[in-house]
Design a protein around this ligand. Sequence first.
Ligand SMILES: Cc1cc2nc3c(=O)[nH]c(=O)nc-3n(C[C@H](O)[C@H](O)[C@H](O)COP(=O)(O)O)c2cc1C
Length: 332
Amino acid sequence: MPLDTKYLGLALKNPLVASASPLNSKIDNLRRLEDAGAAAIVLPSLFEEQIEADAERHHARIDAYAESSPEALTYFPAAASGPYGIGPERYLDLIRRGSEAVAIPIIASLNGSSKAGWIEYAKLVEEAGAAALELNMYHIPTNLAESGRDVETRYIEIVKAVCGSVGLPVSVKLTAYLSSIGHFAATLVENGAAGVVLFNRLLEPDIDVDKLSLTNILELSEPAELRLPLLWIAILSGRIPASLAASSGVATSNDVVKCLLAGADVVMTTSALLRHDIAYMAKLVQGLRLWMDEREIASLGEMRGMLSWQRSRDPGAYTRANYLRILERYAL
Ligand SMILES: Cc1cc2nc3c(=O)[nH]c(=O)nc-3n(C[C@H](O)[C@H](O)[C@H](O)COP(=O)(O)O)c2cc1C
């Protein structure tokens, strides 16, 4: 049974995408993901701050050595180490080598801090041969003078500038902490985005009460986290001319089915692969196929968006009406 689909204008053999994580920074893993059935792979993000920090360290080292000997300048390659130990040069090399190593699309991911930085690296990523670019928007507005509109305008300007500078399709990975996600997603699309990824996870620090300090432990996602992407995929499905990718909490093949029923074009997973290993991707694909076989569903098109807000017989199930119903039904 064909599971082929489209994402950001790219033809994919199925809707399963390995989302950004360091797992995807090794060529061998990219091959294993492809063998296990992944239809596309998002590389870990290249972070602008780390590039800048590296560049500063790099120049400081060059200056120090140059004082002792001019030939010492040639000791240093153009790039230094960066995100997850991968600097810009190695990142671009990962795109090049990854795209040669596998037949499935390699999607680069950027996390910039300045507009110029986003644009510069987007161009480099395109030159290196990425099939698409995911913008990892991760901003915590600690400035109390910054309004919701300011935050959105900042994102929109970056997306517009990047989309205007490169020819490859661009998706935006959003946090769910926005006041009107649907309107914002639609505005991103009007400004050039070919798709939105719902959602990135904020990694909030915890507090260690013994050490009186903050702790930063990355916990893998829990299945309950899927509800939020499901809700917003369902609300947006069929209503914006862009691809929808579900991300956060996809742990089983039933979760993949849920995302597609809500209206996702692709379903992304990271935590499940880190928990169970790369081969787990094959189980997700097989489970989807089995579910469709059992119900004699011949293509993804038949099931996609079947339970979206737009097509639902009970759209209230997604909104405030359901809030009251759920509260009333809670049995003490
Ligand atoms: C170890 C780890 C590293 C990650 N690195 C990135 C990253 O570089 N860029 C990014 O956009 N998301 C990153 N993510 C987020 C994932 O791509 C994904 O959106 C998130 O984990 C939710 O999906 P999941 O529930 O399938 O894990 C990372 C997640 C994990 C667990």
